[in-house]
Design a protein around this ligand. Structure first.
Ligand code: GLA
Length: 659
């Protein structure tokens, strides 16, 4: 980011919710807390364009000047996630319609129909005005487009959407014959004779054609991306050199294919909120951060939002414990974030989010939360030498939104199938073993990884199938779990036995799926147990590593291993828990040269960022005991020598060492 030469720190700043007297106190407190970047204007459309085509930028001019005078940079929001009341009155057809046919009203926030020409026109006008006025302002460091595309909803069943879906399909298939073949419309008499007969997959008496649903998910993703691109093109033209981003929800927005979006982003940024009900929320945080870094192609990225303490939208909004704010923030830093930002600067007094935490809570600056935020901000100020350093991983988990969309459609062999849960389980095993992990698209270059894991990767395209084959032939170690490689891009089963997309690489065929009953477990010949699934496997070139002792596939293969070219491919036909995966992955780890540090403490999250001739290792002690870490180096947060480093319970250190 131009003009930012240390780790960015700050949050969403909504001065329009406060009288001007508060603005001076805001800036004073921001400086005290080490804030150097704030996101402004995200929901300000109604104030900036109070009537259609009439603009009032006076207040925003004043806010930006005040911040600039204090040396605080601006991440300038485009307010297009919340069109004003006049827009909805004038253009009611721009409202999104839900699957049951109900148009959604004004009074909260969220998308307009992403396919509405009126919305596109209004977006073009306000973004052009903003970019013309502020595009070259020295305080503007970054453009924050819209807000969390895909939330609160991502599907639109309006007439605008129907028309746009047909255009999208014509573009994808060129001919109706091709569409009929791809969708398998011979089934249940769904053949189309005219483009105008095709509808969005609204509520129907039974299950809608799965290929149609999958294409609608792709179309919905592309429609939102199209909205982003309208804005991005204007901003790049009128504000050259200022990077454009939009805030992702990396693993918590199932409807957006962020691999695709990331090709269009100048800088990747993410929002993350803990699921307070989960004991392992910090592991899920790490997974979210690793997905974000992977989307950034291994380059640094920004955490644009997280919370200082409780959110307001979960069943029970649990406050963070002392020190948790720093641990959470520094886990994002450890995994490559070059900016640590919060929602939001000052807690609102009105509106739906008034019970959400902030840097300045309702209690004001004389509060634990402000003090912890300030300590964090000032600590990050000591990390400028880490800026631009990167994280390296030898293991990748395959992550594909399209496969997830397809798997989550109706009428699968078991409702217990979940790519997400399987991914979490494998990731947790690696996290506990202290192994830094990337996420990768199945069609991406995998040659830099020693081990690649495919957790229930249901949909495997022909390109992905060839890519995985080449990866193993070239010497890679590949582990696939059950119900992977079952369908191609149209949710159709390829010719021959399962798993069509992975049959060669795994060296086996599956004659029948044999899912388990709810709560049922099976015992394996190595003494471990599995759940959810088993298969009737017929090995071809694969050898059987472990068999089933009981259950529907008793006597048959449970785990197989296939030597394929210079590499090996393992198949796990049942679900293992995190503990069992230690044993199950042992062989694959050994073949891939992955060594677990015998001194590694599961409570100490340890991640290395590589700089120019030096490394920065973040240690986060999630445990209740102090831990001593041997080795030399400088603890950047305290400035003292770290030989050895005594890491107090709950604390964080960043140690610089020569590479
Ligand atoms: C999201 C939004 C913010 C705010 C927070 C609350 O991340 O982007 O505007 O609503 O959630 O947690």
């Amino acid at each position: 980011m131009p003009g930012v030469n240390t780790i960015a720190f700050g949050g969403d700043y909504n001065p329009e919710q406060w009288p001007r007297e508060v603005w001076d106190e805001d800036v004073r407190l921001m400086l005290e807390a080490g804030v150097n970047l704030v996101s402004v204007g995200i929901f300000s459309w109604a104030l900036l364009e109070p009537r259609e085509g009439e603009f009032d930028f006076g207040w925003l001019d004043d806010v930006i000047e005040k911040l600039h005078a204090a040396g605080i940079g601006v991440s300038l929001g485009t307010p297009t996630a919340s069109p004003p009341a006049w827009f909805w009155k004038a253009y009611p057809d721009a409202r999104p319609v839900n699957r049951t046919g109900v148009p959604l009203g004004f009074g909260s926030r969220g998308m307009a129909s992403p396919s509405s020409p009126e919305y596109h026109r209004a977006v073009t006008r306000i973004v052009t005005e903003l970019a013309t006025r502020y595009g070259n302002h020295p305080a503007v460091r970054i453009w924050h487009v819209h807000n969390e595309y895909g939330a609160p909803i991502s599907d639109d069943y309006s007439e605008n959407s129907v028309l746009a879906f047909r255009v999208w399909l014509e573009d994808r298939y060129s001919s109706l014959d091709a569409l009929n073949a791809a969708w398998g419309t011979a089934f249940w008499g769904q053949h189309y004779g005219e483009w105008s007969e095709i509808d969005v997959p609204r509520l129907t008496p039974s299950v809608v054609n799965p290929a149609q649903q999958l294409d609608f998910a792709r179309f919905s993703n592309d429609a939102l991306l199209g909205c982003f691109l309208i804005e991005k093109r204007i901003l790049n033209e009128l504000s050259p050199g200022v990077p454009v981003t939009t805030n992702y929800m990396a693993t918590s927005c199932p409807s957006i294919d962020y691999w695709k979006w990331s090709q269009e982003m100048d800088i990747i940024s993410n929002d993350h909120y803990l699921t307070a009900s989960r004991e392992d929320a910090h592991v899920m945080l790490a997974m979210d951060a690793d997905v974000t870094r992977s989307l950034a192609g291994g380059k640094p990225w920004l955490l644009l939002e997280h919370s200082t303490s409780a959110v307001n939208w979960q069943e029970r909004n649990i406050a963070k414990t002392p020190g948790q704010l720093a641990r959470n923030s520094m886990a994002h830093f450890a995994r490559g974030a070059d900016g640590i930002m919060f929602f939001q600067w000052r807690a609102s007094r009105s509106g739906a989010e008034k019970f959400h935490s902030a840097i300045v809570p309702h209690a004001g600056a004389d509060s634990r939360i402000f003090r912890e935020s300030k300590a964090l901000g000032n600590g990050l100020g000591a990390l400028s030498s880490t800026l631009g350093s990167t994280v390296r991983a030898k293991v990748a988990i395959l992550w594909d939104w399209e496969s997830n969309w397809a798997l989550n459609l109706e009428w699968r062999p078991s409702e217990d199938l979940s790519q997400r849960r399987q991914t979490e389980t494998f990731y947790t095993r690696l996290w506990r073993d202290g192994i830094t992990t990337d996420f990768a698209h199945p069609e991406s270059d995998l040659s830099g990884y020693d081990l690649v894991i495919a957790p229930t990767l249901y949909l495997v395209s022909e390109a992905a199938s060839a890519n995985l084959d080449a990866y193993v032939l070239g010497g890679g170690v590949f582990v696939a779990s059950y119900f992977s490689g079952i369908v191609g891009v149209n949710d159709a089963v390829p010719a021959g036995a399962h798993p069509g997309g992975l049959r060669d690489v795994l060296g086996l065929q599956i004659d029948e799926f044999r899912p388990l009953r709810a709560g049922q477990s099976v015992t394996l010949s190595n003494g471990l147990s599995g759940s959810i699934w088993t298969d009737d496997i017929r090995p071809a070139t694969a050898s059987v590593v472990t068999t089933y002792e009981d259950g529907p596939s008793a006597g048959g293969a449970a785990i197989t291993r296939n030597e394929h070219g210079k590499g090996t491919a393992w198949y796990l036909s049942t679900e293992f828990d995190v503990a069992a995966l230690s044993d199950v992955l042992d062989g694959a780890f050994a073949e891939a040269g992955i060594v677990i540090d015998p001194t590694h403490d599961e409570n100490v999250e340890t991640v290395v960022r590589h700089g120019d001739g030096e490394t920065f290792t973040t240690y986060i002690n999630h445990g209740e005991n102090d831990v001593t870490i041997p080795g030399d180096g400088i603890d950047l947060l305290t400035g003292s020598s770290a030989n050895p480093l005594v890491l107090a319970a709950g604390s964080v250190s960043v140690v610089r060492r020569p590479e």
